[in-house]
Design a protein around this ligand. Structure first.
Ligand SMILES: C[S@@+](CC[C@H](N)C(=O)[O-])C[C@H]1O[C@@H](n2cnc3c(N)ncnc32)[C@H](O)[C@@H]1O
Length: 292
């Protein structure tokens, strides 16, 4: 059958998975569904109907790009899901895959009282996935979706429109917090770039299709994290929280900021390298450093 054939081709090509899928069969299913224009839950009759020659040609072209150019599947189908919400994605933005989805869905419980949350900032919004998921989890909150890249903001705006959230989610060009007002946010959330130079050079070819600015963060991967840790407290309201994904850079963050009382969060669905700090913890650490 078609799906099995495509899966076998992908398997033989020894591709890298890690952009929303983790095996050849799921990649193959996404390509077959896309080329055949199948709905998420096709009926048995629809499946029996098979593929037209045009659909087979389209599938062949997609598989050729996945194998030959190592393009991640999501950049071929232009759709993925984050926190249960469909996102449009292309090579202007990172493919959404942050474990933060698992924290956002239940409204950052138990880390903040959801009833008090009025304003959220997503620093480095890319496709807008985190900002949009936050708006869904907090129906009374306003969300600022920040990015330095105009190209990423264009994709974020498209997703914001598709989810009919233009009244509550603003895509704003900002170098980290540069466009923000102080003392405004209950939650600052971020999945910033956090890949160091050596690590970046060693990544599989699939990652070269993602914008370099979404991954690269200086020699040790902490350029962006340093700015966030230095400035976030100024933009949080009392009782506010900062939640940041740093992925594999967790060990480096622990080592470089031994004075900060990070809470490292755990995820049932996998992934990690996400810390949480309260505004009060950030302020107290800064004060201690000044006194010392
Ligand atoms: C790792 S991607 C995360 C995208 C999205 N939030 C997600 O989780 O899929 C990091 C994003 O930060 C943006 N970025 C990089 N440097 C930035 C800066 N100085 N200020 C704001 N955004 C920045 C990049 O353009 C990119 O969209």
């Amino acid at each position: 059958m078609l799906l099995r054939r495509v899966a076998r081709t992908l398997q033989r090509a020894r591709l890298h998975y890690g952009h929303g899928t983790d095996n050849a069969r799921d990649d193959a299913a996404a390509l077959v569904w896309h080329a055949l224009g199948l709905p998420a839950q096709p009926t048995a009759a629809r499946l029996r109907r098979g593929a037209t020659p045009a659909q087979l040609a389209a599938l062949h072209a997609l598989v050729a790009r996945r194998v030959g150019e190592r393009v991640p599947v999501v950049y071929l189908t232009h759709r993925c899901w984050f926190a249960g919400l469909e996102m449009y994605v292309d090579e202007r933005v990172l493919i959404p895959r942050s474990p933060l989805a698992e924290l956002i869905e239940p409204g950052f419980a138990p880390w903040i009282d959801a009833a008090r949350v009025r304003r959220i900032a997503d620093v480095g919004t890319g496709s807008g996935c985190i900002a949009i998921a936050c708006a869904a989890a907090f129906p009374r909150a306003r969300v600022d979706a920040l990015d330095i890249a105009d190209a990423a903001l264009a994709v974020a705006r498209l997703n914001i429109r598709r989810h009919r959230l233009a009244r509550r989610v603003r895509a704003v060009k900002s170098d980290h917090f540069s466009a923000l007002k102080a003392d405004a946010y209950d939650i600052i959330v971020s999945n910033p770039p956090y890949v160091g130079r050596a690590e970046l050079a060693a990544l599989p070819p699939e990652y070269r299709h993602e914008p370099a600015a979404a991954l690269a963060a200086g020699t040790d991967g902490l350029d962006s994290v340093r700015v966030i840790l230095r400035d976030a407290a100024r933009f949080l309201r009392p009782g506010g929280i900062l939640v940041v994904e740093v992925g594999n850079s967790e060990a480096r963050v622990r080592k470089c900021f031994p004075q900060l009382p990070f809470t490292w969060l755990e995820f049932a669905r996998g992934g990690g390298g996400v810390f949480l700090l309260t505004r009060e913890q950030l302020v107290a650490t800064k004060r201690k450093r000044k006194q010392g």
